[in-house]
Each structure stands twice: as structure tokens, then as C-alpha cells.
Design a protein around this ligand. Sequence first.
Ligand code: CAA
Length: 258
Amino acid sequence: MAYQNLIVETSNHVTLIRLNRPDALNALNMELLGELGRALAEAQANDKVRCIVLTGSEKAFAAGADIKMMAEKSFVEVFAGDLFTNEEKAILKTRKPIIAAVAGYALGGGCELAMMCDFIIAADTARFGQPEVNLGVMAGMGGTQRLTRLVGRAKAMDMNLTGRFMDAEEAERAGLVSRVVPARKLMDEAMAAAQKIAEKSMITVMAIKEAVHRAEEMPLSEGVLFERRLFHALFATEDQKEGMRAFVEKREPQFRDR
Ligand code: CAA
């Protein structure tokens, strides 16, 4: 499928989606978000794809929702039209892992988009922020919710109330990103992580993704029970037999997603 706001490439079982609105620092308008939902659905449906990497440019992962698109909208338009609800759902329903590779600005909706991914690898140039307060609004795609779960109340309040940006080092310390790498190595690191995931059993990978996300939704005892039942269920797969036998036989496993 042809995209106007994305560059999408699939190779070696990994789909790389690059946000591509350079003139607007990848600001998220409805066209871009619609295309992103379609690209993710396509990657999800393609049996050859085992992991997805989402990135932007060197200057910006995404500088937020498109302010020019929103500036003159009324309450009725955004409320009745349920602005961003379906777009967010389209991203969250992807069951294959999505790694966000973030360089430069990840602000507002850009930070929120990165947080919708399963984990974030940041370049040392990355800047995260929820500056919506400067526009007379507040975060609208998870910036008060996912950020609070990821970094805790103190930093989430600070970021959302003052609108200040967090650099990559602080983001790693706070638990927003899983690792920070030199900007020139960002894509190599992200693609290598995706490749590692692509070598695993897809069944196991999808179960892990689901279980970790449930941790944010459930009390601990329910979450652990959910995890344990999925762990038990994986014993019904050929990949569990293969994985454990390969360990015992001191060889590499050959997973077949069964
Ligand atoms: N929406 C629309 N256009 C944007 C944009 C955005 N979020 N961010 C940047 N752009 C555009 C600029 O308007 C500019 O376009 P023109 O050349 O046509 O004027 C172009 O991108 C380059 O931007 P700057 O000239 O501003 O670049 P800079 O290097 O001087 O500054 C920046 C970079 C600090 C990221 C600055 O662009 C900025 O502050 N952007 C807005 C960040 C923001 O407020 N994001 C939150 C948006 S609201 C939101 O996301 C709601 C939500 O939670 C769902």
C-alpha cells in the first residue's frame, strides 16, 4: 500500500514504519494517524512480520498532535467526533511487539505515541515532554495516564504542569525508556532488538506482550494469576517442547509458532 505520511519497509521479518511529515516535525494529523493504523494492521496480518519498529526523523519522532489541525475545532467537533479515540485503538490492538526508536522531539501526542509502543529505545538526542499545558489544553492520548504509570506521579505532574522537556538520560533514569544509545546507532540498536524478538516463538512473544500490558490494568494478584495461566497454556505449544528440549540438548531452538 502507498503512504503519503509514512515510509514502510519490511525485511527479515521486521516492519520498519517511519513517520514522514518532515515539514511539520511529524505532527500527527488524521491522515498520518489513519495511515499508521493501516500500516500496523497490515504488519499484524502479514505472517512474515514478527516485530515492528516505529521511528521518526533525526530531529523529531513526532512533535505532537497537529496543532494547526486542532486550533479552530470546537468542543462539539472533538467530543462528538471522539478525536483520537479510534486512532489510539488502532495502534493498541496490534498484538505483535512494537519498538519505538526515538530521536529528537517526542512531545505531546508524540510522547504519547511512543508510550503506546511496547518499549522505547532512545537516542541521546531524544527530548520527551507533555507541553499541551502551554496551548491551553492538556494531554489527550495518555500523557497523564501512561506517563504516570511509567515514571510515577512526581515526574508526570512536573512534566504535564510545567510542560518542561525530559532528556534521554532522565527518561532512562525515570523508566520511560528501556535504553539510551548514541544517535548514530539508534536504528541499528532498534533493528537488532527487533531481530532478537523475531527469532522467538511468536506465540510466546504475543503472550508476553499481553501479560505485561495487563500489569497496568490489574491488581497484582490477578495479574500474577493471568501470567501463571498463560505460562501454563504455553505448555500446550510445540515451541515449549522445542525450547526446553533444545536447552537440554545444548542446541539452538527452532521455533515454529505452534
Ligand atoms: N503541530 C503542527 N505543526 C507543528 C507542530 C505540531 N505539534 N510542531 C511543529 N510544527 C511545525 C511548525 O509549525 C513549523 O512549521 P512552519 O515551518 O510551517 O511554521 C515546523 O513544524 C517546524 O517547527 P519549528 O519551526 O517550531 O521548529 P523548532 O525547531 O523551532 O521547534 C519544537 C521545535 C520545540 C518541537 C516546536 O515546533 C514546538 O514546540 N512544537 C509544538 C510541540 C507541542 O506543543 N506539542 C503538543 C501538541 S498538542 C497534543 O499533542 C495533544 C495531545 O496530547 C493529543
